[in-house]
Design a binder for this molecule. Sequence first.
Ligand SMILES: Nc1nc2c(ncn2[C@@H]2O[C@H](COP(=O)(O)OP(=O)(O)OP(=O)(O)O)[C@@H](O)[C@H]2O)c(=O)[nH]1
Ligand SMILES: [Mg+2]
Length: 282
Amino acid sequence: MSNNNNINWYPGHMAKTKREIKEKLDLIDVVYEVIDARIPYSSKIKDIDELIKNKPRILIMTKKDLCDLDKTLLWKKYYEDDGYHVLIVDLNNNDDYKEIIKVTNEVTSDLKAKWESKGLISKDIKALVVGIPNVGKSTLINKLANRKVANVGNRPGVTTSVNWLKTNYNILLLDTPGILWPKFDEEKVALNLACTGAIKSEILNADEIAVYVLEYLNDNYPNLLKERYNVDTFSDVLEAYETIGKKIGAYKNGEVDYEKVSIKILNDIKGEYLKGVTYDDR
Ligand SMILES: Nc1nc2c(ncn2[C@@H]2O[C@H](COP(=O)(O)OP(=O)(O)OP(=O)(O)O)[C@@H](O)[C@H]2O)c(=O)[nH]1
Ligand SMILES: [Mg+2]
C-alpha cells in the first residue's frame, strides 16, 4: 500500500483529546465506547483500556442499518464473551437509543444506590462518549438530548473539542473528537476506515479503496454486486470496472474512466446506496 507508514495518523488534536480524557476520567461513571457496526474490529480503539482504565463501559455499535447484521452479531457475541455489554443501534431512524438508557441504568445501579444512601438523589450519571472519527458519537448525544446539542456530519473530524452536554435522562455526556491510535500495521484496517469514512478518503488513493471494496463484495456479497451494478462474479476486478463504467457512462477519450468508477463506489457507500456489508470477518 502507498505510503501507509508516512501518513500522519495521529494529528495533534487526537493527542490533546486523549490527554483531556485522562484528566477528566476521575469524574466519569460509565464509558460509551462507540464503534461502527460495519467494521466491528477495525473501528475499535486498540489502546482503549490504557485510556479508560477499568471504568464500567458499554460498547455501542452504530449504523446497524448499514451493516450485515448476521456477521455483526458474531462480533457482538465475541465482545460479550470478552465481558462487554454490547448494543447494536441505528441512531437515525428509530428508538434503539432507549436501550442505551436502560443498560446505563443497569450498569450504574450500584453506584446510584450508593449515592442515594448518601442523600444524593438527583445526581447525574456522567458518561464519556469515545470512539474513532465519524462513528456517530455526536449523533448519539443528540438522540439522548432529544435535540441538536452537538454538531454532526458525514465526514471525520466534525467534533473538535471536549464538551459536557446535558440529556433528558439524568445522564451528562462528555462528547469528544474522534481519536485513532498512533499507528497501525494492518492494511485492511486502513482500507476499512477509509471506505466507511472514518479517515478522509483522500488519505488513501480512491482506486485502491474501490478495488478493495469491489473484491470484497465479489468474495462475500456477489448478490449485492449483481443487484446494484449488474456485475457478475469476476476473476479480474477490471471486468467490474468496465461494466460499471459503461452502466454509469463514465468515459474519458472513448475509454472507461476508472477513476470516476472508483469515486462512484465510494460515493455509493457514503450515500448509503451500497449497504448491508460488514467488512470485518469473524
Ligand atoms: N445510517 C446511519 N448513519 C448514522 C448512524 N449514526 C450516525 N450516523 C451518521 O454518521 C455521520 C457521523 O455522525 P457524527 O455523530 O458526526 O459522528 P462523530 O463520531 O461525532 O464524528 P467526529 O465528531 O468526526 O468524531 C452522520 O452523517 C450521521 O448522520 C446510524 O446509526 N445509521
Ligand atoms: Mg462528533
